[in-house]
Design a protein around this ligand. Structure first.
Ligand SMILES: [Zn+2]
Length: 130
């Protein structure tokens, strides 16, 4: 009787256990937020440029280049946003971290540095070899 008492004494973990996928998801959500901010900022900059263009002939060339750069940046950010969204969806669906090509689990170390990868190292290498 006394013995049973001792054995039932268990340490309860207060925090819910977070998995490495939860951590990646959090990282992705943060990334997403930052990207959305950047995109809206460059869009705002873009509309500012349009206002400046009127009657600002001499600066026109550099404004054009700036605008092109802003648009290019926005494109890249949007592209990245798609990747982030896609990865979040895959985490929710449970398919994150599974190689698209061979259905094996992708190495966690690899995922932590390449959050958006859909291929394991050996499949990636196969692809690169052609
Ligand atoms: Zn693979």
């Amino acid at each position: 009787m006394a013995r049973a008492n001792k054995e039932t004494k268990k340490k309860q973990t207060r925090k819910p256990k977070t998995t490495w996928k939860d951590q990646i998801k959090e990282q992705l959500l943060r990334m997403r937020k930052a990207l959305l901010q950047e995109v809206s900022q460059s869009m705002r900059a873009e509309s500012d440029h349009l206002k400046h263009d009127i009657g600002d002939f001499y600066d026109h060339a550099s404004n054009d280049r700036d605008r092109e750069l802003a648009l290019m940046l926005a494109d890249r950010e949007r592209e990245k946003l798609t990747l982030v969204d896609d990865a979040i969806k895959r985490i929710d669906a449970g398919s994150y971290g599974i190689c698209e090509s061979c259905d094996e689990e992708i190495d966690k170390e690899r995922l932590s540095v390449m959050l958006f990868t859909k291929l394991c190292l050996s499949c990636q290498e196969d692809m690169e070899r052609g």
